[in-house]
Design a protein around this ligand. Structure first.
Ligand SMILES: Cc1cc2nc3c(=O)[nH]c(=O)nc-3n(C[C@H](O)[C@H](O)[C@H](O)COP(=O)(O)OP(=O)(O)OC[C@H]3O[C@@H](n4cnc5c(N)ncnc54)[C@H](O)[C@@H]3O)c2cc1C
Length: 470
């Protein structure tokens, strides 16, 4: 069946904007357009909405998701969106601490047993709350390392984003060493942070990407406080947001994979889906991941300096591991960072979030990274490697207590923040005056994240509203 969003059905209001991609950026853009009284159609290639924030159930009825998602207090645009849509109550804020779970064999400083370190943020204005958290650390930093840390990170605390923005040419590891901080601190503290941020190691991530996050964490009292949705993000965030925009007249089509954009003269007139449906609109927002934008935008257009980053940015692979245990194996409800393991960042959502339907027992979700090699391995190999590392963190995580394990592989997740990548992030404008880009890879000055996606949607919608109508 062929259909058109605007033609062939005289009764339908002409669509002002076509949004390609039904992830957080696409749905947020739909909401911002609806607020302005503009009509919009969202085309999503998959049967479900939410992109990297999607969740679904497997054949047993168990919850799977593309990624473990923590939300931070510094996500101001996302938090405002959640409040406006009336779903902010679905956020479950954790104690203001970042917790490190560390295997005994990772450092000669620890003998025999895993070590847990909670960086508790003091009830004080930023950055003093963060400085207090570091000063209070017992295992990760020695007293001398705390001095080196304070000295090394001072420019970030004093000059914030301006300083961070100038550090894109080198890796975080290079910057760290130049600032005279220790190797132990690099791998113990910053190693898992880099993996959590971009699924990329400290030896490969841009210093700017890391320092920006530190600058954000140091920018307001609650910026570093982590929370989770009180259940899977599908029913807690994606579906209510989609229902909300539908009520405002936005049309959402799933199973609508856009194969190409359509042009007439110097304008983009709409899109054709791979199954041949044509959708037309006055303007188009391409809210796909960068690797999909690369496939959709003509190669010639990608040579334009405005969007050359689309062709040049690459993406990080990651595996989201789900592990259900028949008992509690950890005691933490917070976001956990673990150096020297495959589980750089993970959480026990059984203990931390009741909506995961595993209350009182452990349901561990872990972002397994770097996954460049592991992603091609079979499930059993990956699960065995993850279990081996998990056991080093939580001795109760024995195979006999594992009820079930499932992996979700994302070969191309977020843009890889390697040195030079920050400069390549395109803005929302393209060489075509009514075609705009959104998505967490856009230059929002925020890392690839749900917040970055919402910020990119705001930028794209502002550009749509500012564009002269033909
Ligand atoms: C494992 C993992 C863990 C993460 N953890 C966190 C976290 O803790 N906190 C955080 O803030 N962020 C986290 N992120 C990042 C966050 O999920 C993303 O930054 C965010 O979801 C990006 O939103 P987006 O709308 O830009 O892109 P996406 O979520 O990728 O959405 C893009 C949509 O476009 C659709 N699409 C692509 N091509 C087409 C086409 N041709 N036609 C139609 N539709 C198309 C896709 O199917 C998708 O639905 C994590 C990501 C992963 C993978």
């Amino acid at each position: 069946m062929r259909e058109s969003a605007t033609f062939g059905d005289e009764r339908r209001r002409p669509v002002d904007t076509l949004i390609v991609g039904g992830g957080p950026a696409g749905l947020a853009a739909a909401r911002f357009l609806a607020d302005e009284g503009r009509s919009a159609t969202v085309l999503e290639k998959r049967p479900i909405l939410g992109g990297k924030l999607s969740s679904w159930r497997d054949r047993d009825g168990d919850i799977l998701e593309t990624g473990l998602h923590a939300i931070f207090g510094g996500y101001t645009s996302l938090l405002q969106l959640l409040r406006e849509v009336g779903i902010a109550h679905h956020l479950l804020w954790q104690p203001h601490a970042l917790t490190w779970a560390m295997p005994a064999d990772f450092s000669p400083r620890w003998n025999g047993a895993p070590v847990y370190e909670e960086f508790r943020f003091a009830d004080a204005p930023a950055p003093f709350n963060g400085i207090g958290a570091v000063l209070g650390a017992r295992y990760v930093f020695s007293a001398w390392e705390k001095v080196l840390f304070a000295k090394g990170t001072l420019p970030v605390l004093l000059r914030h984003h301006r300083y961070a923005d100038a550090q894109d040419d080198i890796t975080y590891a290079d910057w760290h060493r130049r600032r005279g901080m220790s190797e132990h601190m690099l791998h113990t503290f910053f190693g898992p942070m880099a993996l959590a941020l971009n699924f990329t190691s400290v030896d490969d991530i841009s210093a700017e990407a890391m320092l920006r996050v530190m600058a954000y964490f140091a920018s307001s009292r609650d910026a570093s406080r982590a929370g989770f949705f009180d259940g899977p993000p599908g029913p807690r965030f994606v579906e209510p947001l989609a229902a909300h925009v539908r009520e405002r007249g936005v049309r959402i089509e799933t199973n609508a994979a856009v194969g190409e954009l359509l042009y007439s003269g110097d304008r983009c007139t709409g899109a054709r889906t791979r199954d041949g449906r044509v959708f037309t609109a006055d303007s188009v927002i391409l809210a796909t991941p960068v690797h999909d934008a690369k496939k959709i935008l003509p190669a010639e257009m990608q040579r334009d300096p405005l969007i050359e980053g689309v062709a040049k940015l690459s993406s990080s692979p990651v595996i989201n591991a789900h592990l259900w245990f028949d008992r509690p194996i950890s005691r933490f409800t917070n976001l956990m960072f673990s150096p020297g393991t495959l589980l750089g960042v993970h959480a026990d959502l059984g203990l931390g979030s009741p909506g995961y339907e595993w209350s009182g027992k452990s349901f561990i979700e872990a972002c397994v990274a770097p996954a460049d090699e592991l992603i091609a391995r079979d499930d059993e190999t990956v699960i065995a490697a993850v279990m081996e590392d998990l056991r080093k963190l939580y001795p109760l995580a024995e195979r006999k207590h594992l009820v079930k394990a499932k992996l979700v592989r994302i070969p191309k997740s977020v843009y890889r923040a390697s040195p030079g990548a920050e400069r390549l992030r395109p803005g929302s404008r393209t060489p075509v005056r009514n075609l705009f880009l959104a998505g967490c890879y856009i230059d929002t000055k925020f890392p690839a994240s749900v917040e970055g996606a919402v910020r990119s949607a705001r930028l794209a919608v502002d550009a749509v509203l500012a564009a002269p109508s033909s």
